[in-house]
Design a protein around this ligand. Structure first.
Ligand code: G3P
Length: 214
């Protein structure tokens, strides 16, 4: 499973890359706002760090505007993928952008039918938001399982990015289901490394080593 970082924080991206845990990056307007940086400037910097795909979200609500933005954003770096909202206009843009050779990530996916339509439109990625479904007492990971089942039946090239990840359990479940990608917030990536028994084990070994020194 590929790990994308769900952040516009370049320090976190550099750290994850150093550990070999950053196969790509996803951003959205809220994450860019959180970084406190200029949109174009921060995407250009990320593109200089990461070789894999970097998702940048279109803001326009009509297909024409999304295509215009996609053409502009694509010039900001190598491997830019355009995040397009799961709307009729968004899917229109996906089709046009595919013909232009620009890859898209259909975002804000909350149902299997939306994922199916996005794949048919030619999206390179679909992003089911598992945490936001869990927030309204629906099972986000069940949606991922449904989408993977559907995609398994056909020859779609579309990859599933498990998004809106809130905790390590989401990442583990994504891997169990065989999702192509998990886009992980930096804080969740940090938690994936940890286990209290690992810490306790190291402490004990170090203490015993000290005791055995002559
Ligand atoms: O990649 C989409 C993700 O950033 C949304 O996460 O936590 O705002 O639901 P969240």
């Amino acid at each position: 499973m590929k790990f994308f970082l769900d952040t516009a924080d370049v320090v976190a991206i550099r750290k994850a890359k150093e550990m070999g845990m950053c196969d790509g990056v996803t951003t959205n307007p809220s994450l860019i706002m959180k970084s406190g940086r200029d949109h174009k400037e921060v995407i250009q910097e990320i593109s200089g760090i990461v070789e894999g795909p970097i998702s940048v979200e279109a803001i326009s609500e009509d297909a024409e505007g999304m295509v215009r933005e996609a053409e502009e954003f694509s010039g900001w770096g190598r491997n830019i993928v355009i995040k397009v909202p799961m709307t009729k206009e968004g899917l229109k843009a996906v089709r046009i952008l595919k013909d232009k050779g620009i890859r898209t990530n259909v975002t804000l996916v909350f149902s299997p039918s939306q994922a199916l339509l996005a794949a048919k439109a030619g999206a390179a990625y679909v992003s089911p938001f598992v945490g936001r479904l869990d927030d309204i007492s629906q099972d986000g990971m069940f949606l991922v399982a449904e989408i993977l089942d559907i995609f398994d039946n056909y020859d779609f090239d579309t990859e599933v990015i498990v998004a809106s990840i809130r905790h390590p359990g989401h990442v583990v479940e994504a891997a169990r289901l065989g999702a192509h990608i998990a886009t992980v917030p930096a804080a969740v990536l940090e938690k994936l490394y940890n286990h209290p028994l690992t810490d306790r084990g190291i402490e004990k070994f170090l203490a015993d080593y000290e005791k055995s020194k002559k």
